[in-house]
Design a protein around this ligand. Structure first.
Ligand SMILES: [Zn+2]
Length: 177
């Protein structure tokens, strides 16, 4: 199955299910935002028809994906692995006009226009870009070079206050039960 040109209407009406792994490097727009495009994104898609009140049918598409791409740490500028995941339910409608009308009627519903040559992988890439954290930073990041040099020029941190902090943390961990 070519996930870049699916008949999304037919696929949803037959209860379509699909899954796959995408190389991050294959998604050029996403890859341009990463520190390094190595790695993969695992995705799953499911389609179904929701028969809403009044007999109107709604074509639904659920997308789930997860990856662990490398972004650039905002502090030290080295690569840092981040969790990228999304789980989105979208309503597929016949065309852009219907999508715009539905968005106006109910902003809670994310409606997008389907097509008979629908690029599912492009939609997955769009959603992955939206789900990317705007800023990445190592959990325990060393200060950038110049700052560290400044600190070395001064005296070492007062060990007394560090020891006090360490004992405080220790006490906090074991006490209170
Ligand atoms: Zn860092």
């Amino acid at each position: 199955m070519d996930h870049k040109t699916i008949d999304i209407f037919g696929w949803i009406h037959t209860g379509g299910e699909a899954r796959g792994d995408l190389q991050l490097a294959e998604m050029e727009r996403l890859a341009s935002l990463l520190a390094d495009a190595t790695g993969t994104l695992s995705w799953e898609a499911r389609g179904w028809v929701d028969r809403a009140v009044g007999g109107d049918e709604a074509m639904m598409l659920q997308l789930h994906a997860a990856a662990r791409p490398l972004l650039t740490c905002s502090n030290c500028l080295e690569p840092v692995a981040v969790d990228l995941a999304f789980d989105r339910t979208l309503r597929i409608v016949a065309d852009e006009v219907s999508a715009a009308r539905l968005d106006e009627l109910d902003p809670e519903i994310d409606a997008i226009a389907g097509s008979r040559h629908f690029d599912l992988l492009e939609l997955i890439e769009d959603e992955a870009i939206l789900a990317l954290p705007p800023l990445a930073r190592h959990d325990q990041c060393a200060p950038p070079g110049p700052l560290r040099d400044d600190a070395d020029d001064r005296e070492e941190l007062p060990t007394g206050s560090l020891a006090a902090l360490a004992s405080l943390m220790k006490g906090g961990g074991s006490g209170g039960q």
